[in-house]
Design a protein around this ligand. Sequence first.
Ligand SMILES: Nc1ncnc2c1ncn2[C@@H]1O[C@H](COP(=O)(O)OP(=O)(O)OP(=O)(O)O)[C@@H](O)[C@H]1O
Ligand SMILES: [Mg+2]
Length: 504
Amino acid sequence: MDAPAILRGVGLTKIYGNLVALRDADFSLRPGEVRALIGSNGAGKSTLIKVFTGAIAPTLGRVEIDGVAAPLGDPSEMIRRGIACIYQHSNLAPAMSVLDNIFLGRQPTRRFGFVDSARQRREARALLERHRIAIDLDATVGNLPTVKQKEVEILKALALDARVILMDEPTAWLAASEVAKLHDTIRMLKTRAVGIVYISHVLDEIFAVCDTMTIMRDGRVIAESAVADIDRPRVVHLMVGEKLARESAEAAHEKRHPRGTGEIRMSARDLTKRGVFTEVSFDLHAGEILCITGLIGSKRTELLRTLFGCDRFDGGTLQIDGRTAAFASPTGAIAAGVGFVPEDRHREGLMLDMTMTENLAMATLDRFHRGLMLQRRRMSEAARQAIASLSIQPPDGSRPVKLLSGGNQQKVLVGKWLNRAPRILILDEPTVGVDVGAKAEIYRILRRERERGAAILVVSSDLEEVFTIADRIGVMVAGRLVRIHDADDCRLQDIVREIGGAAA
Ligand SMILES: Nc1ncnc2c1ncn2[C@@H]1O[C@H](COP(=O)(O)OP(=O)(O)OP(=O)(O)O)[C@@H](O)[C@H]1O
Ligand SMILES: [Mg+2]
């Protein structure tokens, strides 16, 4: 007989004004079960998680823990009952030690007016031993690699005797090797009968670590399955519907255009920034997509920022359209026709309180000025087109960006620059947190820009993405661009081996 559920949601509904974020959703989790929660951007995954953490109260429905009704909208009570949550971005105090973070906000001897740190240390040690986690309790959290920070969050949850750990896109910013480590930790938690809810847009991860899955669409739970009983195409189909599933499958079989039209738009020779990257040389052509892949930390982001004029280089040359370019700031780069979608782990590229229309117009504001007047109507129309072409949900330009789901915020960030139709477009990890359907749309738009003759440079750690869109693939290892391949004549395993080059 199956164990009874530790966590259950029954008929959960959450309504925001005229938007139904969660619609009569049922959900249940058993001890030791790792359940994937998947669905397109805006499907309601984070909303469901927030109901379980008590961060929000549902409009209708109830939550049960061990068959007993739990209070709604009461975060500290949910923690007390063993429901913990870790997010994409850590909630830890970076300047404090691991030990202090584990007990943060929960001083065991508060009634004596001081913290019994010896006792905390003993408790923490016992915890590390019991769960066989290796971590230095005195390390400063901000200095730890991201995956270790996730472990600290997990420890923090275990210190509270968490029986359920909810993980909302825990791997969005982890390198592949770190994902594997997190999965090991999850398997360990499973043997301790902790129930886990795992949200991710990366289906490989779901198939690697989850037992069961719940698929959501438009706020509803539309399917549940054991992972062993379902395959990828079926999952994609359920998530995004038939049309998009077909498009994303077809997208993988596009013709490639190495070196595009042959016209060199951007040319780097021995570009060097001391201590960061060394002797980077490449030509980027009109009408091609060049992807640079590599490990997180291989200095790809630093390279892109330098190309766009955010940072300076101190050796080598950079030319745009055959002319020497040394941008003192992004303004110079924009004037030369360069667009840049930055890596945006914390949505710094967006004005969260402003509307989608305003954000989408931001990179192109100059076009909407006539004299001193801002042409609101044209601005709204341009935004409306961007919202439709990226299927941003909900398609309402007057909505503040902060109310969008994570993936939809990412789409606004990309859309903002695509609007400008730049001659050279540089994108850093453009589809992290973006669902399969929207990924296919972003790829389609990149291809459209390529057909238009734009020269496109993409940094991506997602090899499936790289092989889907690249005409040529560059591999960066420890600050050096070690090779550039024609995408048609290289194999995945070669790239994987080259990426690992310096690590071995
Ligand atoms: N505070 C809020 N006010 C109004 N609408 C909201 C609020 N929070 C979420 N929504 C809306 O609820 C819907 C579901 O959002 P949710 O964040 O749960 O999606 P998600 O499945 O987590 O998506 P993603 O994959 O992009 O993270 C979205 O349409 C979102 O815009
Ligand atoms: Mg979410």
